[in-house]
Write a protein that binds this ligand. Structure first.
Ligand code: ADP
Ligand code: MG
Length: 268
């Protein structure tokens, strides 16, 4: 067997393994990062598994976007390790990044290009061209109810639809892990809900999602919630587990209590 076909077989086997329910797709171990002498992340450990929606809940300044920059290889952690589908971000960044789809906190679409042109460019960056790109883009836009807006300039779209275009773009190369950083900021409540529902629905296809937000209501439907405060993970569990451990009546109260005191809740 030639080396090329061996590599292809290995990759195919990886894909089968990682689509198995519960396989760890994203692994963060002992990650720390400081800006100068100011720590932004302190010894963070987390995992996202296939088909899981994990909410990373933290107030402004908690370190969510810093973590996303490490997860997308924009810079390296001072300590610790990030792996995507078994690929180490430091050692094999191209392979690791190939398995990630991301929507950053700041919109990164070209406002004067059409919806489709924004997606074609991204597909090509991932080595997808021609008819395959066209089909993938049509699929992604149709799934999000944007098929009719394909030829419109992004500038003509509402804020909610612009975010959906970014979501479609993040999915075009069929990533295993989807990262969403405060994707609903600035959207009205209906658009916010709609975007969140679209992402929650991706679980059925085995995608693992890390959804960063400071809004507690967006974490209510998560499989797991990680509470990040001043660079530290204070607690993690299902929404029900966090509420029970806090002794509070709601997740919102539990989150407020933790981030006010900076104390992790003790298991009940
Ligand atoms: P979040 O996304 O949760 O609001 P950030 O990761 O943006 O948090 O910020 C975490 C901390 O790091 C904050 O105190 C912020 O001021 C600081 N910070 C973020 N980016 C930089 C930077 N490029 N240089 C210096 N400090 C930064
Ligand atoms: Mg942020």
């Amino acid at each position: 067997m030639s080396s090329v076909s061996t590599a292809t077989v290995n990759e195919a086997q990886d894909l089968v393994r990682e689509s198995a329910a519960g396989a760890v797709l994203l692994s963060v171990r002992g990650v720390s990062k400081s800006y100068g002498t100011r720590p932004a992340l302190k010894n963070v450990d987390l995992e996202v598994r296939a088909g899981e929606f994990v909410a990373l809940l933290g107030p402004n300044g908690a370190g969510k976007s810093t973590l996303f920059q490490l997860l997308t290889g924009l810079f390296n952690a001072d300590a610790g390790e990030v792996q995507v589908c078994g690929q180490n971000m430091r050692v094999a960044p191209v392979r690791a990044l190939g398995r990630i789809g991301v929507v950053f906190q700041q919109m990164t679409l070209d406002m004067d290009l059409s919806v489709e042109a924004n997606l074609v460019f991204h597909a090509r960056l991932h080595g997808i061209g021609g008819a395959q790109a066209k089909a993938r883009i049509a699929d992604a836009l149709a799934r999000l109810g944007l098929a009719e807006r394909r030829g419109d300039r992004v500038r003509e779209l509402s804020g909610g639809n612009r975010r959906k275009v970014e979501l479609a773009r993040a999915l075009v190369h069929q990533p295993s892990v989807l990262l969403m950083d405060e994707a609903t900021v600035g959207l009205d409540p209906a658009s916010r809900r709609h975007l969140l529902d679209e992402v929650l629905a991706l679980r059925a296809s085995g995608v693992g999602v890390l959804w960063a937000s400071h809004l507690v209501d967006e974490a209510e439907g998560a499989d797991r919630v990680l509470v990040l405060h001043k660079g530290e993970l204070l607690a993690q569990g299902t929404p029900a587990e966090l509420v029970a451990a806090s002794g509070c009546a709601t997740l919102a109260e539990a989150f407020l209590g933790m981030t006010r005191s900076g104390q992790a809740v003790e298991p009940a």
